[in-house]
Design a protein around this ligand. Structure first.
Ligand code: GLN
Length: 196
């Protein structure tokens, strides 16, 4: 199994080192042909408008959607990556995005006075709370019927799954708790087994 990390912009290095720490082969993905070499793809945090534009410029957006629709890819988006994955972006629908995850997101939903925060989150399927970091984070304001909410804060859902798509408003790659990445590796493993 190979895990790709989209490396056009944002904190891709931190995701790559967490995935490597968990013992999987990691490949940084920048070009369309590299998408075909991975079973799972992490879309990092960063700035979603810039990341979306770069994805279009490199032609990597089409490659991701095609491989996902062919059933050969699991995708995990964190923060800006969650915005890029979403079907709808409140107030900025024109920014390039993949539209795969059936949610509407609101960018920078925690207000300027709260640029970043740490929280202990109750997460579905985990025995103990997950300690996570939010940085100018989005929140989900609509979830489609096939979307499962794995964690929420008072503002709304912040961690969701829709089959082989996983998305979080927070940044597990910037902490030491590896449980979100472990969960994602299991989804990617299922995709890679389907190929055989
Ligand atoms: N605020 C950023 C955006 O809207 C996301 C921030 C992040 O990824 N930490 O793109």
């Amino acid at each position: 199994m190979v895990i790709g990390v989209l490396a056009l912009q944002g904190d891709f290095r931190e995701h790559a080192s967490m995935a490597r720490f968990l013992g999987v082969e990691v490949r940084l993905v920048r070009l369309p042909e590299e998408v075909g070499l991975v079973d799972g793809l992490i879309i990092p945090g960063g700035e979603s408008t810039t990341m979306g534009k770069l994805m279009v410029k490199y032609g990597v957006d089409r490659a991701i959607v095609d491989r996902f629709n062919a059933g050969k890819l699991a995708i995990y988006g964190t923060c800006a990556g969650m915005i890029v994955l979403a079907r709808d972006i409140e107030g900025s629908q024109a920014q390039p995005h993949l539209g795969l995850l059936d949610v509407t997101v609101q960018r920078n939903a925690f207000g300027r006075q709260k640029e970043s925060s740490e929280e202990d989150l109750e997460v579905q399927g985990l025995d103990t709370p997950l300690h996570v970091l939010f940085i100018r984070a989005p929140v989900i304001v609509r979830t489609g019927s096939s979307v499962e909410v794995l964690a929420r804060v008072t503002q709304g859902p912040v961690y969701v799954q829709q089959g082989r798509l996983l998305a979080s408003s927070f940044h597990p790659e910037l902490g030491s708790d590896t449980r979100v990445h472990e969960h994602f590796l299991r989804l990617a493993e299922q995709s890679s087994n389907q190929e055989v």
